[in-house]
Design a protein around this ligand. Structure first.
Ligand SMILES: *Cc1c(COP(=O)(O)O)cnc(C)c1O
Length: 361
């Protein structure tokens, strides 16, 4: 077996231990005589799998009892509509901070249903920073304020001191930083994440919602978009993505076994520092994000020369570092170094970059 270091932004690497466990249980889960894929979601065996996944989310993220934990489908993108439909109901207004394409898409989608106030944006500098805001910029009547906590494409990241100072309910897309660093759930009304970056295979979306936010929905809200329906039915109003939730449970157990988010965050900080320190010292490569807003998970960088970028991406690939090409809107390279990327993968990448720099100086 030869496994590459996969720097994909998502779907991305899963821990080898998780894949091996899933493989070992592929044809028979426990003593059930069947694979998880073949199980009725109404069975006692499956109920135990989804209950375990929920319990682990609560434990690992310290989710208080007054929040629901839902496993939904439709990707993070479906939440762009579900959020205004479920909580944009009082004054039908919300504040959005535009820190990249995902926040922009969320705002554009919400605008189909409610009034959207784009409070601040970093579009002027290709989203290479997190805009600073102050309380006077927020609408006191907004039903909620929306941010994208970690901007997967541009490699920026919120820190606590930049979180919006608003009285409105805070909503955050944490698709690309969930369980990679400690986040205080109680600061938020809704947190959500597509699984395919840091949690498991594509097809499951983790949605955490404070119970008191749920009531009326906007007229015409599809049943499948109502958080209340999913809560009442334990995320099984219809058939859930059964296998995805099972693998997610394995990833959560892996996180717990590693010492939880606190320990993973230390490793993630070490990995990111290694790469950023090299970028800051290199004469060839440079990071595209202002130092104070740099993501721990997604590290975009460029040489400033498109041909050299292309050569680097090709040589990286032939050396076992795949999916390191930058997003088409930024160009250059991007190394996504989620929880499952071992420190060794980043060390080897930096070694390879040094060698490439020396050979192409
Ligand atoms: C990947 C990503 C999305 C889109 O996720 P889908 O599950 O493909 O809809 C949304 N937001 C962020 C921050 C992402 O990284």
């Amino acid at each position: 077996m030869s496994r590459v270091y996969n720097f994909s932004a998502g779907p991305s690497m899963l821990p080898l231990e998780v894949l091996e466990k899933a493989a070992a249980e592929m044809t028979e889960h426990g003593t059930s005589g069947q694979s998880v894929m073949e199980m009725s979601h109404r069975s006692k065996e499956y109920q135990a799998i989804i209950d375990n996944a929920e319990a682990l989310v609560r434990e690992i993220m310290h989710v208080p009892d007054n929040y629901m934990v839902l496993f939904l489908q439709g990707g993070a993108s479906s939440q762009f509509s579900a959020i205004p439909m479920n909580i944009g109901t009082k004054n039908k207004k919300a504040d959005y901070i535009i820190t990249g394409q995902w926040a922009k898409k969320a705002a554009d989608e919400a605008e189909r249903y409610i009034t959207v106030n784009r409070v601040a944006s970093s579009a002027d500098k290709t989203f290479s920073y997190i805009p600073t805001t102050d309380s006077s910029m927020f609408d006191p009547e907004a039903d909620y304020c929306y941010i994208c906590y970690n901007n997967t494409i541009y490699g920026t990241h919120y820190t606590e001191n930049k979180l919006p100072d608003t009285k409105a309910t805070l909503v955050a897309d944490i698709s690309s930083c969930v369980m990679a660093e400690e986040i205080d759930v109680t600061k938020f009304g809704i947190l959500y994440a597509g699984a395919q970056k840091n949690l498991g295979p594509a097809g499951v979306t983790l949605v955490i919602v404070r119970n008191d936010l749920i009531g009326e929905t906007l007229d015409g809200t599809p049943t499948m978009f109502k958080y209340s329906i999913h809560q009442k039915n334990g995320s099984m109003y219809n058939t859930p993505p059964t296998y995805g939730i099972y693998v997610l449970g394995l990833v959560l157990q892996w996180i717990k076994d590693k010492g939880g988010v606190r320990e993973l965050q230390k490793i993630n900080e070490k990995k990111a520092k290694l790469l950023y320190d090299f970028l800051d010292s290199s004469k060839m490569f440079k990071g595209t994000v202002v130092p104070e807003d740099r993501s721990l998970m997604n590290v975009p960088f460029v040489t400033g020369n498109d041909e050299l970028d292309a050569k680097f991406v090709a040589e990286a690939k032939s050396n076992g570092f795949i999916n390191i090409k930058g997003h088409r809107s930024v160009g250059g390279m991007r190394a996504s170094i989620y929880n499952a990327m071992p420190l060794e993968g980043v060390e080897k990448l930096v070694e390879f970059m040094k060698k490439f720099e020396a050979e192409n100086a």
